[in-house]
Design a protein around this ligand. Structure first.
Ligand SMILES: Nc1ncnc2c1ncn2[C@@H]1O[C@H](COP(=O)(O)OP(=O)(O)OP(=O)(O)O)[C@@H](O)[C@H]1O
Ligand SMILES: [Mg+2]
Length: 241
């Protein structure tokens, strides 16, 4: 009997994408997330990290290359279809509806869920006790950290296989950064694959299994998170050592 290897959860191969026609921002980027993995993407401002997540989530066309989810080609599929296939995305900004309550935000995250909504809601709220006690309050009243928790919670409502996170720790206090990374680790431990874009390179590499360094829209370095943490170039460029 031949041993069959499960396809990677997410496979991005040589993706070229950009905003203005004829101006490419990503020049052939490749990344892979295997089952159970938590993978970091680090790199300087303007490297194309957010652009890569947008291309994966179908918000920006891939001009060349391929994106596969659980072995199936999903290149240039629409976000709503990708959500149905188990992909979830938390953008860098504007990731909650401020005029809606915490509960309404979470319910919107589960708009296509047909059953088990109450159970899922309780599970998500149990991850974020801060939110549980205030579920009727408007999201616009939350602190930055609580808002990030809500955005994460919303993305978790459909029990995704892969979660794309764009700088969840941006502009949070060190204590909140620890808290948010702690929750992301818990989510990963429950089996969700995670692709984490972060400016906070040291923190991201210390929680992730593997990492990629992106620079000027290209793969610059990749490897085990530990080896990237010890890498001299990474230290100099992104961690001020
Ligand atoms: N909506 C847009 N329209 C046109 N150009 C854009 C748009 N968004 C980003 N860009 C350009 O694409 C390039 C990559 O930006 P991107 O936001 O992907 O970088 P990033 O690595 O996420 O940076 P940061 O760490 O600052 O979030 C930059 O040159 C940026 O100016
Ligand atoms: Mg960005």
């Amino acid at each position: 009997m031949t041993k069959t290897q499960a396809a990677p959860l997410l496979e991005v191969k040589d993706v070229v994408a950009g905003y203005a026609s004829e101006v490419d921002i990503l020049h052939g980027v490749s990344i892979t997330v295997h089952g159970g993995e938590m993978v970091a993407i680090i790199g300087p401002n303007g490297a194309g990290k957010s652009t890569l997540l947008r291309a994966i989530f179908g918000l920006l066309a891939a001009r060349r290359g391929q994106i596969k989810l659980k072995g199936q080609d999903v290149t240039n599929h629409a976000p709503n279809e990708l959500v149905l296939r188990g992909l979830s995305y938390v953008p860098q900004v504007d990731n909650v509806f401020p005029s809606l309550s915490i509960l309404e935000n979470l319910e919107m995250g589960a708009f296509i869920r047909e059953e088990g909504l109450a159970e899922r809601l309780e599970y998500v709220l149990s991850l974020f006790p801060d939110l549980a006690g205030r579920r009727g309050e408007k999201a616009g009243k939350l602190s930055g950290g609580q808002r990030q928790m809500l955005a994460l919670g919303r993305a978790l409502m459909l029990d995704p296989n892969v979660l794309l996170l764009d700088e969840p720790s941006a502009s949070l206090s060190p204590k909140m950064v620890d808290m948010i990374f702690d929750r992301i680790k818990m989510i990963n431990a429950e089996g969700t694959g995670i692709l984490l874009v972060e400016q906070n390179a040291r923190e991201a590499l210390s929680v992730c299994h593997r990492g990629y360094v992106l620079a000027m829209g290209e793969n610059r370095l990749e490897g085990e998170a530990k080896s990237l943490l010890d890498n001299e170039e990474v230290g100099k460029l992104y961690m001020g050592t």
